[in-house]
Ligand binder design. Structure first.
Ligand code: NAD
Length: 306
């Protein structure tokens, strides 16, 4: 099989000074990409900053014969990260929004600061670099954007209400960028990783931790960012050497009124609850039009019966 290369491509990886981002940066560089290694270098709770993290990964890439440059801005300064790419390499083909922090607390104990910081770094910190890159990608009719979601976002997780909310928000962001970008050959997907890193070292049991190498996820992210990959607007989960696609399902539901003049009331909702929530024939809907289409069909069926 032909090697999938990124020669001539410029890739930005945010939060690439450690963990998953580091392995993404190394993977892209080993396949010929010029890489911007962004990292603020703070703690896992989002305090402080240091150039060491980004510099360390740039050194690693260069020692292996690759091309990389460091950027130490916060992801909130997305335009500055984009500028580093343009100043050094003249274009941008891929943005992997990966930087992240945790401020875990049980729901009643989440402070405004815990909420705002998590939303800033994860949500706005993906919005800013992706938005700054978008017009350049549009001009060249090519771009690949990855945002980083989490199973905590898809399913919830005790102590992570702030993080869960931001991480599911990123799914919405990816899906809308995917819709707006498609006609310009700009694709955007959400990765849902599970990997050993400083964010998970005290959460995952040690024997599981060592099997969850971030290096197992980097090839999945790299493939999603390759020009040959046509995936767009998807949620792709990866970890432990496994990868799969996640989706939001909708049940067939139930019509809660029997004629155009009939009303919906709480008792009818109760009577139909098992049908409303029956996922045995649930479907994945491809678009908002498909979702609202079912509502239109309900109206038409009532009109036809009238
Ligand atoms: P990590 O802490 O090893 O790496 C995150 C990096 O982001 C750090 O180097 C940190 O300095 C950097 N960073 C933090 N805030 C930044 C900012 N404002 N600007 C620039 N850089 C910043 O963690 P990781 O596990 O590799 O996590 C990477 C991403 O994957 C995060 O978005 C995380 O939420 C997500 N994620 C990880 C897991 C997992 O199992 N490790 C699971 C689900 C989601």
């Amino acid at each position: 099989m032909a090697e999938l290369r990124f020669d001539g491509r410029v890739v930005i990886v945010t939060g690439a000074g450690a963990g998953l981002g580091r392995t993404y940066a190394l993977e892209f560089a080993s396949r010929g990409a010029k890489v911007v290694v962004n990292d603020l270098g703070g703690t896992r709770h989002g305090d402080g900053s240091s150039s060491n993290a980004a510099d360390g990964v740039v050194d690693e890439i260069r020692q292996k014969g690759g091309i990389a440059v460091a950027n130490y801005n916060s992801v909130l300064d997305g335009e500055k990260i984009i500028k580093t790419a343009l100043d050094n390499f003249g274009r941008i083909d891929v943005v992997v929004c990966n930087a992240g922090i945790l401020r875990d607390r049980s729901f009643p104990r989440i402070s405004d600061q815990d909420w705002d910081l998590i939303h800033s770094v994860h949500l706005k910190g993906s919005f800013k670099p992706a938005q700054a890159a978008f017009p350049l990608m549009k001009k060249q009719s090519y771009g690949r954007i990855i945002v980083t979601s989490s199973n905590a976002g898809l399913y919830g997780n005790f102590g992570q209400a702030n993080y869960s909310a931001a991480k599911l928000g990123l799914v919405g962001l990816a899906k809308t960028i995917a819709i707006e970008g498609a006609k310009y050959n700009i694709f955007c997907n959400a990765i849902v990783p599970t990997a050993a890193s400083r964010l998970t070292e005290d959460i995952l049991p040690p024997d599981v931790f060592k099997e969850l190498k971030p290096e197992f996820i980097a090839p999945v992210v790299a493939y999603l960012c390759h020009e040959s990959c046509q995936e767009n607007g998807s949620i792709i989960e990866a970890g432990a050497g496994w990868a799969g696609k996640c989706a939001i399902l909708r049940s067939n539901g139930a019509l809660l009124r029997s004629s155009m003049t009939d009303n919906v009331n709480v008792e009818k909702v109760k009577d139909n609850w098992s049908q409303i929530t029956d996922l045995s024939k649930a479907r994945v809907l491809g678009s908002i039009q498909e979702a609202t289409g079912v509502l239109m069909e309900s109206i038409e069926s009532l009109q036809n019966d009238a």
